[in-house]
Design a protein around this ligand. Structure first.
Ligand SMILES: Nc1ncnc2c1ncn2[C@@H]1O[C@H](COP(=O)(O)OP(=O)(O)OP(=O)(O)O)[C@@H](O)[C@H]1O
Length: 255
């Protein structure tokens, strides 16, 4: 579904800086993949390049075998609106709108009738366990509820690829687990491909695979074994070999 071929990014400042160098990997439809690495290793740069909010210095990104570079301006706008969904650490919800209005917001930019919007919103609110909160303003929600609204908004238009930047960074352990469980389930139900940047080994252990970046290059890759607890331990070991600090690890253990 997604292929990165030898991508590099050099920021052209007073002193040019190579943030990514020769990164290649592929993701199949419905795969849930985490990207980890120390601060400054190029994780956000990677998301921005795939999300088309920044441009490649070299290499190519293919979505469903189509090179993103070949898209015209209109096609690119259409690609962002229909194929991609975004989830951020700071939920980026609109306080002036209700929960359900936030969730249907992406649909108001497309050609959807009122009835279809209502149906999709209703299904999504139920799926997120937020039906009773539909008419609330977003400042009346807990962090976990707010992030679930943001996930609903990211998924309401049924995007093929969802890019998540530290989606659990502002959440406590319980809310983090709920949000991660939700992402893991939804990608199975909808075959949504999810790429998630995270510092948290616990969050990464919900994924099928973890890619590790170091100094802008792919450093390691782990596939999930049967047990999530084993995966968590393996991820923690790679983080230690990367030179991670205590802050990179969660204190949660699996039985
Ligand atoms: N616009 C820019 N101009 C110049 N250098 C940049 C720019 N954006 C990022 N960088 C540099 O590129 C490198 C990678 O940055 P990036 O934000 O991708 O790292 P990161 O892994 O996401 O870090 P963090 O975990 O701290 O968010 C860093 O050294 C950063 O200083």
């Amino acid at each position: 579904m997604l292929t990165l071929e030898n991508i590099s990014k050099i920021y052209q400042g007073r002193l040019p800086y190579q943030a990514l160098e020769d990164v290649s990997f592929s993701m199949s439809a419905g795969e849930f993949v985490a990207v980890m690495g120390p601060s400054g290793s190029g994780k956000s740069t990677l998301l921005n390049l795939i999300g088309t909010t920044d441009s490649l210095s070299s290499g190519e990104v293919f979505v469903n075998q189509r090179p993103i570079k070949a898209l015209s301006k209109n096609e690119l706008a259409d690609f962002r609106r229909t194929t991609l969904g975004f989830v951020f650490q700071q939920f980026h919800l609109l306080d002036t709108l209700t929960v359900e209005e936030n969730i249907v917001l992406p649909l108001t930019l497309g050609r959807y009738g009122i009835k279809e919007m209502e149906q999709r919103s209703d299904t999504m609110l139920t799926r997120l366990g937020l039906k009773e909160h539909a008419k609330k303003r977003t400042y009346e929600l807990s962090g976990g509820q707010a992030q679930r609204v943001a996930i609903g908004r990211a998924l309401i238009h049924k995007p093929k690829l969802v890019l998540c930047d530290e989606p659990t960074g502002n959440l406590d352990t319980k809310s983090s687990k709920e949000v991660l469980q939700l992402l893991a389930e939804i990608r199975l139900e909808e075959e949504t491909t999810i790429l998630m940047v995270t510092h948290d080994a616990l969050a990464a252990s919900y994924c099928d695979r973890v890619l590790f970046l170091k100094d802008g290059r792919l450093y390691n890759e782990l596939y999930r074994p049967t047990k999530q607890g084993d995966f968590y331990q393996q991820i923690s070991n790679v983080l230690i070999s990367l030179g991670g600090t205590e802050d990179d690890f969660s204190s949660v253990r699996f039985s």
